[in-house]
Design a protein. Sequence first.
Length: 202
Amino acid sequence: MSDPSTTLATTLVDTLDALLPQTQCGRCGYDACRPYAQALAAGACDLNRCPPGGERTVAALAAVLGRPEQALDPACGSAPPPQRAWIDPEVCIGCTKCIRACPVDAIVGAGKRLHGVIADECNGCALCVAPCPVDCIHLLPQPPDSDAVHARRAAVNRRRHQARQRRRVPPVPAPTPVHDGPSSDVQEALRRARELLAARGA
């Protein structure tokens, strides 16, 4: 039987996570949106550490947690405008560093091949910009999303990030087979060797 307190804590985390923009940018100081939601639920951090969410997200988090609203923490940076990454095809060298940095797998390509951004999947987190050794990634301004589109994008970002995390988990190695004794082939070889030694000693 599940612990009611654990169920309530999980429900609170889910509620808080659903309010976050799911950019997975790490600007809050946590690896992704859900760890931040977990810290919020535990009362371990302030609710003003999500620049992509802006004041709207701070207000929503405060309402759920019953805590006063706060101005965005300047240490986390200012709220970014709506933006999407674009890769200059004339400059890209196909190093794959941006692909490894993207938290929602919105960049496609292969080693030493031109990379491209799936515009509808890019969340504008900008994590791909810094790793690029040739500065071929640019952030293009986008029109603001409606609340409905914003919610849909957040849901898609969450699913893509979760899928990426599952793929990054190292596979569990197959257990080493345990044998009760030598295999039949080995047993047969040992039998013949004993017979040969016995014959020589006769």
